[in-house]
Design a binder for this molecule. Structure first.
Ligand code: PXL
Length: 279
């Protein structure tokens, strides 16, 4: 048995401001995965920083398309395939081909349908990309949308605080008749607490993990959440347990960041707490 699951990672590399690969790699390595990144883009900083004519955005679609043939030649196989922020519409087709080629019995395909936040798409995401993201997400075993992404995937109006019955209806629709598991982030059921709802396709059960809501918003927490969730699933946890661990870890990183007083745009200080994930 290979105790180290190999994970193919399709995310951008943002140089400044913690998100995507600068979060995903340390978290999944700490949780015992062998990380194999195929960067979708290089950005000098994540897109939550104000737009600037000095910002670097290198679309790596051509390089990404060249990865699969080489990995095939090397005989690579993967216990998980995990994607996040994509740099172009064409990357979605590249990724779909990759999943068709490399998915095996037991491979966990986690698609984080990263498209936007606060009810609006990120500025690099076109309507065509958002449509195609739905087609990519249809191939997943697990998806981890926030509420903005739920509305983009389902074509439903954005709601900041949907009620439990609305969430249940959305998760049922997103599960594609129970074929995929769904974890929705940024959920509030009561004031002062925030967390994630999940529908486990293995049991059909919905569960919630809630934690104290910290009074700040941090970019990259969706990446942190989905990475801890995937790491926990690969360690053998079920979806409800993985959801609980991910929500708890994000909350504690947010708390620590507020104590340390660094700018929210830099993301959460997960580094001091990373050791907890190795246990
Ligand atoms: O965390 C999502 C994300 C990933 N990558 C880039 C981003 C964002 C969110 O703003 O800008 C480049």
């Amino acid at each position: 048995m290979n105790p180290t699951p190999r994970i193919a990672l399709f995310h951008d590399l943002s140089g400044y401001g913690r998100c995507s690969l600068t979060v995903v790699l340390p978290v999944l390595s700490s949780m015992g995965g062998q990380c194999c990144p195929a960067p979708t883009a290089y950005l000098s900083a994540h897109t939550a920083y104000p737009a600037s004519d000095k910002a670097v955005f290198l679309d790596m679609t051509d390089q990404m398309a060249g990865v699969a043939p080489h990995w095939r030649e090397l005989g690579a196989s993967f216990g998980a395939i995990y994607s996040g922020f994509l740099g172009s519409e064409r990357q979605i087709g590249v990724l779909q081909d990759f999943i068709r080629a490399f998915r095996q019995e037991g491979t966990v395909v986690l698609i984080d349908p990263v498209m936007g936040d606060y009810g609006a798409p990120y500025r690099t995401y076109t309507p065509a990309m958002c449509r195609r993201m739905g087609e990519l997400a249809a191939m997943a075993d697990v998806i981890t949308p926030n509420l903005t992404e739920v509305s983009l995937l389902l074509g439903e109006p954005y709601e900041e605080r949907p009620r439990e019955d609305t969430l249940r209806r959305w998760m049922d629709a997103l599960s594609l008749d129970g074929r995929r598991s769904v974890a929705v982030t940024g959920v509030h059921l009561t004031d002062g607490r925030v967390g994630a709802a999940c529908l486990d396709r293995a049991t059909g059960r919905v569960s919630y993990a809630m934690a104290v809501e910290e009074p700040a918003h941090f970019p990259g927490t969706g990446d942190l959440y989905a990475s801890v969730l995937l790491g926990s699933l690969l360690q053998g946890g079920d979806l409800a347990a993985a959801n609980g661990r991910a929500v708890d870890f994000v909350q504690r990183c947010a708390r620590r960041t507020l104590e340390l007083g660094t700018p929210p745009l830099e993301g959460v200080q997960f580094e001091p707490l990373l050791g907890e994930l190795t246990k």
